[in-house]
Design a protein. Structure first.
Length: 160
């Protein structure tokens, strides 16, 4: 099997960039249709991902994850709470600690918009074998880590 070369690799990178733009637009449509700011959607996703991982987030941890200052985080949580999307809850183990939880109604609202897209992704992934899915997961995990580190250091001299 021959090496596909940098053109094929760049084609995949460009497809990933195009997918990122489309996913951002999809998320923005959800936000607009539901009277939300795009940061509200990012906050809900962050909170749901944390819950799925078995982690409870305080407002401070949420703000850090979103790159918000304390005042911005308070305004965000207040806005989401007023809209019925989240609630503040006392931590079961440390009653002094207040966490932010996503309300079930917000989850249902999200599924009504994102569910068909998620179903399509699952359908597409089912066409790959376990080894291919592991490669896809590895690539996406590596890209997420790279993006989280502001893309890391460039490995070339100039734009491509």
């Amino acid at each position: 099997m021959s090496d596909p070369g940098p053109e094929t690799e760049l084609e995949i990178v460009h497809l990933l960039r195009a997918l990122t733009v489309e996913l951002g637009a999809h998320s923005a449509r959800f936000a607009q249709r539901n009277g939300m700011h795009p940061t509200d959607v990012r906050a809900l996703i962050t909170l749901m991902d944390a819950a799925r991982a078995g982690e409870a987030l305080t407002a401070g941890h949420l703000g850090t994850a979103l790159g918000l200052n304390s005042a911005g985080t308070t305004a965000l949580v207040d806005r989401l709470e007023r809209a019925g999307h989240v609630r503040r809850a006392r931590d079961e183990r440390d009653r002094r600690r207040v966490t932010v939880e996503v309300d079930e109604r917000a989850v249902a609202l999200g599924w009504s918009h994102f569910g068909p897209l998620i179903a399509r992704a699952v359908e597409l992934l089912s066409g790959y074998d376990a080894r291919e899915r592991a490669a896809i997961k590895g690539f996406l995990t590596g890209m997420r880590e790279a993006a989280g580190a502001d893309g890391g250091e460039p490995h070339h001299n100039g734009p491509r």
